[in-house]
Design a protein around this ligand. Structure first.
Ligand SMILES: [Zn+2]
Length: 146
């Protein structure tokens, strides 16, 4: 059995089970698959992964989120981190060692929110977590020096 995410000509999404991948092609070709919402037989496989679609819906212009690519090898993971960091650096203000202070100010003083990045000590990171201040750790890259 195989489960497909399907979409009709009116953008209704639904899921259906088929015996094998060919069954869908055959049944849809002879118009045996009906949209449960509107009865349309013009049905195709949904190309959007539901998870990615939802993430995109929520993301606003200023949101920086992890790339959704699936990385397998170490080189690929490094590349994903590198792109993520380039995105962060391009779209947020570098505040250096004041990161924790700035993040705290935005959280507690109701200062206008903006994207910042910088450095924090282990203690600062622990305090941010304890105070439930949101941040995203950026992993080090091989070329980073201490
Ligand atoms: Zn429909």
């Amino acid at each position: 059995m195989i489960k497909y995410q399907l979409v009709c000509c009116q953008d209704h999404e639904f899921e259906a089970w088929f015996r094998c991948s060919n069954t869908f092609d055959v049944q849809s070709a002879i118009h045996q698959i009906e949209c449960p919402h509107c009865g349309s037989v013009d049905v195709s496989k949904s190309v959007m992964a539901p998870k990615i679609a939802r993430a995109k819906e929520r993301a606003s212009e200023n949101d920086i989120s992890w790339p959704t690519d699936v990385a397998a090898t170490e080189a690929e993971i490094t590349e994903v981190i590198r792109r993520f960091r380039a995105d962060v650096e391009a779209r947020s203000e570098y505040v250096g060692t004041k990161f924790s202070e700035e993040a705290r100010n935005m959280h507690f003083e109701d200062k206008p929110k903006r994207n910042i990045w910088g450095e924090a000590t282990v203690e600062e990171v622990r305090d941010l977590i304890e105070d439930e201040i949101e941040f995203v750790p950026i992993p080090r890259l091989p070329e980073d020096s201490d």
